[in-house]
Design a protein around this ligand. Structure first.
Ligand code: MOS
Length: 750
């Protein structure tokens, strides 16, 4: 089945936040932000802005009826700066005017005086000064201090990975209006409608039941709207509530880039010990997560980094620590992979260090240490249905890795201006929110009298195709045409207490909840049919919109069955609840079983480097991926391609830069480069591993959103190998992104 949004998207008919018709007298908001990255506010004068004709109100922290706190996990982030500012772009005030132009103009008239304080952008420096967002955490297994003596080779090094701008096509925005009886309705471009509802209630000091959050669809999110959509939504709600008028806020691209957090940059120290037979005996790492000025989702991201710090390998002795460091940057946040890519890059860099020194291809070290059935992860979970070895074996066979390696070395031996490089990237990604309590979902299903079906869940469609998958689930259970089914907007009044659509788990959690509701309705309808034809419900089957008794078709159609049920006063609605079974985690011991299952796969990336210019082409990406039993191969392949491209972008060209004053230097599309069609791989081949798929995945179709992102890491190591082939004197370093400029320096480094 095609993505049901495809036609709407290409004809421009899909409704995004900005397409929602606004009510009469709608006002527009513009956010006034801190011009300084760290300081004390000594004066704030909004009077000139307020007196501009068309301006209705300028909101500051003083106008907040409830708490000036929008922190999602811990209460350390203000809606509007109060006494101090902690990053450039931090909201200080909201100008609300009759139109956006006026609001923007008025904001320029706001006078703020700031007594500057020291700006810290380096996470290591922050840690030295004791600036941590939350207490540090360590995962351990075996005996790390005793393990080194048993190692034949020990390597140490430093690893840096850069930030990444989400660059969702649709910028952050919200539209709020009074909805009667003291309530507020917020249309928000958020992955987490319940978070917006909860925080709006806190800020306005009204109960959650007075706030309805509705989401049509997002124009991309990638994690950037999991927590960071909240601020704008709550500002719109505040203004709508206080002024009793509709209010809309849409961030312009540059403002969005300057105000919002990115993927966390990490700076890490790593030590790895191996035996002669390439087995990794010991792995130790200290990671400094650059958290920015507030916690946002950093605690959860730190956790996912720890969970993925040994990637697809079994390492008997480990010790990995993450420090979440407070710096004067916008609060860094969720981004596809959620800290796992940063963790995996560190172990892969350590393996690359070892491979160079031991003069073996990195893939042999990777292969020698793959997880096997029932191996224990650092966090206590036993690995089950381990497919990493199978993925690698299939990759080796299908794409003839050894031969590619030989072709590359022959090519490089010709010593043209080009060099080629390749690298293999295995991935093992845990599926479930690491915070166990978030692994729950609900669905609401109505079958209408005419046989049409309406579905509401907590899933937010952001281009990933979750709505299509949900329709497939219902269509499969009822055995009706997908045309009969409509997905409603994601709405907190219809489905309450939702988890954000994140952690690659949207289809699993909401799909499983939907499955329960549909099955209950199906059983009820079977009983109705059984009563009509006088048999037992067990003999009834509904297939292709018809009722069958013991395999024989009857005259009863789906529509007739539904009408009969309705006239018989049988409920045609169902609300269901799903909680992922068998998962738990004990933070006091840092052990448990946090994941419902793991996604496995392996990719190989081949690059061709122009050694005069430092530019490169990703020639080929080939991978074997464990989709389980894919519910929708077209959608999953789309996620695969997009994920890899985004991962390659993070590793090779997307460079977020801040200067020492904390000013973002790459705040436009002319200074921040994301992959385009010209940087897409010359060839991309994905082979699905033949497997059955795990039970907790919806219809055994494995989660797909995040895992492919990490295949992109191979691009970095492939480029390194190509540089090394040209300049054997170069001492490889590990600092992403490996942009053409950086490559050029390394090609000629002595
Ligand atoms: Mo996702 S990075 O878990 O929104």
């Amino acid at each position: 089945m095609n993505n049901l949004d495809a036609i709407g998207h290409v004809t421009g008919k899909s409704v995004y936040l900005d397409d929602i018709p606004v009510l009469k007298n709608c006002l527009n908001g513009f956010v006034f932000c801190s011009p300084s990255a760290h300081g004390t506010i000594t004066s704030l004068d909004v009077s000139a802005a307020l007196s501009l004709p068309g301006v209705q109100k300028v909101f500051t922290w003083k106008d907040i009826p409830g708490k000036n706190d929008i922190g999602g996990i811990i209460p350390d982030e203000m809606l509007f700066a109060q006494d101090e500012v902690h990053f450039m772009g931090q909201p200080v005030a909201l100008v609300v005017a009759n139109d956006e132009r006026t609001a923007r103009k008025a904001a320029k008239l706001i006078k703020i005086e700031i007594s500057e304080l020291e700006v810290i952008t380096d996470p290591r420096l922050a840690r030295e000064k004791g600036l941590l967002l939350i207490p540090s955490r360590t995962f351990r297994m075996g005996d790390i201090s005793g393990a080194w003596s048993g190692c034949d080779h020990i390597f140490e090094g430093r690893v840096e990975s850069g930030a990444q701008e989400h660059l969702y096509i649709e910028t952050q925005g919200a539209y709020a209006h009074p909805s009667g009886n003291g309530g507020i309705k917020i249309h928000s471009s958020t992955q987490g409608p319940t978070l917006v509802q909860k925080v709006a209630a806190r800020v306005l000091s009204i109960p959650m039941n007075h706030i309805e959050v509705d989401v049509t669809r997002l124009g991309g999110a990638f994690g950037g709207k999991e927590d960071q959509a909240t601020g704008v939504a709550v500002m719109a709600a505040l203004a709508a509530y206080m002024l009793d008028r509709p209010v809309k806020i849409t961030l312009h691209r540059g403002d969005d880039m300057r105000m919002t957090g990115k993927r966390h940059p990490y700076s890490s120290d790593v030590k790895i010990g191996l035996t002669k037979d390439l087995r990794i005996k010991a792995f130790q790492a200290v990671l400094y997560q650059n958290g920015g000025a507030a916690a946002d989702l950093s605690p959860a991201i730190m956790e996912r980094t720890l969970f993925h710090s040994t990637n697809a390998y079994f390492i008997p002795n480990t010790e990995v620590t993450v420090h979440s460091c407070k710096t004067n940057l916008p609060p860094n946040t969720a981004f596809r992979g959620f800290g796992a890519p940063q963790g995996m890059f560190v172990i892969e860099a350590a393996i690359a260090m070892a491979a160079r020194e031991m003069k073996v291809p990195a893939r042999l070290i990777q292969q020698a240490n793959f997880l096997k059935e029932n191996d224990e992860f650092q966090y206590g979970q036993k690995a089950k249905d381990v497919n990493i070895g199978k993925c690698y074996a299939a990759l080796e066979k299908s794409f003839d890795i050894e031969n590619i390696e030989k072709e590359i070395s022959d090519f490089n031996a010709k010593k043209t201006i080009y060099r080629k490089g390749m690298a293999v990237m295995p991935v093992c990604f845990g599926v479930s929110f690491t915070n166990t309590s978030m692994n729950q979902a609900r669905a609401l299903v109505h079958i209408y009298q005419d046989g049409s079906i309406g579905i509401s869940t907590g899933a937010v469609e952001m281009g990933q195709g979750v709505n299509t998958k949900l329709i497939q689930v219902a269509a499969r259970v009822f055995s009706v045409s997908p045309d009969r089914i409509k997905i409603e907007t994601t709405n907190t009044s219809r489905v309450a207490n939702t988890s954000p659509t994140a952690a690659s788990s949207g289809a699993d959690l909401n799909g499983n909840a939907l499955l329960i509701a549909c099955n209950k309705l199906l059983e009820r309808l079977k009983s109705v049919a059984a009563a009509v034809v006088n048999c037992s419900p067990g003999e009834i089957e509904i297939r292709d919109e018809k009722v069958f008794i013991n395999g024989t078709p009857t005259e009863i159609t789906w529509e007739k069955l539904v009408t009969t049920a309705f006239l018989g006063r049988v409920s045609l609605s169902e609300q269901s609840h799903y909680a992922t079974p068998k998962i738990w985690f004990d933070k006091s011991k840092e052990k448990g079983q946090p994941f419902a299952y793991h996604v496995y796969g392996t990719a190989v990336i081949i690059v061709r480097l122009d050694c005069l210019r430092g530019t490169y082409k990703i020639e080929k990406v080939q991978m074997v991926h464990d989709f389980g039993n894919s519910l929708n191969p077209a959608i999953d392949m789309g996620q695969m391609e997009g994920g890899i491209m985004q991962g390659i972008g993070w590793m090779t060209m997307e460079e977020v830069l801040f200067n020492k004053e904390g000013r973002m230097l790459t705040d436009s599309l002319s200074t921040y480069k994301v992959p385009d069609i010209y940087s897409a791989p010359g060839e991309l081949v994905c082979q699905a591993l033949e497997t059955e798929g795990p039970e907790p995945a919806i219809f055994k179709s494995k989660a797909i959103g995040e895992p492919p992102f990490m295949y992109g890491i191979a691009a970095f190591f492939a480029l390194q190998n190509a540089v090394k082939a040209f300049n054997p004197e170069w001492e490889p370093d590990f600092d992403t992104p490996l942009t053409p400029e950086k490559i050029l320096m390394r090609l000629y480094a002595r």
